[in-house]
Ligand binder design. Sequence first.
Ligand SMILES: *Cc1c(COP(=O)(O)O)cnc(C)c1O
Length: 381
Amino acid sequence: MHGGATADRGDGPVAEPIVQSATFSAASEEEFAQIALERRGGRFYTRYGNPNHEKVAAVIADLEAAETAMVFASGMATATTTALALLSSGDHVVAQRSTYAGTASLVLNVLPRLGITCTQVDQTDPRAFADAFRPQTRLVLLETPSNPLLEVTDLRAVSALARSAGALTLADNTFASPVNSRPLELGVDLVWHSSTKYLGGHSDLSAGALAGSAELLDRIWDTALVTGAVLGPFDAWLLLRGIRTLPLRVRQHNANGAALATALEAHPAVRAVHYPGLPSHPQHAVAATQMSGYGGVVSLELAGGYAAERFISGLRLARRAASLALVVHPVAMWAGTLEPGQISSAGVSPGLVRLAAGIEDTQDLVEDALRSLDALHEGTP
Ligand SMILES: *Cc1c(COP(=O)(O)O)cnc(C)c1O
């Protein structure tokens, strides 16, 4: 709640001002020369940093138990900049088979053109990571729970294996949020977010964040100046405002996700429910050692013959839209980013539906989902 607050408790605005300026003046030549060299500073040129970036990054670092943090224009800008900063031609990356479509496209379609190869592995098995490591492996891309299958990665085991193989780990913590899981405390080197999702929390901004050691972020900073994926000061301000209510919201996401998953699992029109909080989830035991709650995202597969689209159309509360707190049919959404073969090898089937519970009243949400399933099951659309 008070993360990133300055020691100054004197007079002044309680809400942060928005510093909507592209550049900053220096009082002297010496000062100008000094602030030009400052990494993650806030008062030189907004591509190099802005007071609104500085404020929100300090809060994100606090939340992730990190030495420091940086913000970007989107989640994907964060991942791409980090990969470009840490990898060179000839390097090898290990990534998960179940991963966000943009991340999959980065490792399958973009990095290979730069001479960087990738092996995708079954994230549920730490030995699969160990088997994939080569002398050239520099980076391991993790995501837990994964989008959209909610598969869980054992962060302690995989980060220890990567460390002994001399590779850095970069974990996408978007679905868990730092309220439910803090990968750096489990041995991961770097954490990133699509801050567009839970951190922002209101579907009104695009942003990304990266947290880790100052030494690593200094290296990435130099590349970030060149990729130039700058978060606007107003969006940085909105992001900080969103984060102030993160723990309250995540509490309700956790309650809603758990209630939805339990209710869906018991319905005859549902073949499978993927939610790490369910005792039936194959990695529930690992999830319980590294998460304090399981979030609002639940994916489900309908029983044979029931069309995902009809279930989605029958929902009254959830709107058909990308991002969290909404409903998506991943096979349709991912077609814009990946080839059909890449989509099916990520485990995304046509019958998969991803529901993301917002902060709605739990009973309203469960009733809405069950009403749509009942209509399918009884053949009354
Ligand atoms: C949305 C999302 C991203 C991409 O973030 P953008 O802010 O849309 O660029 C990355 N990872 C996960 C898990 C996501 O859900």
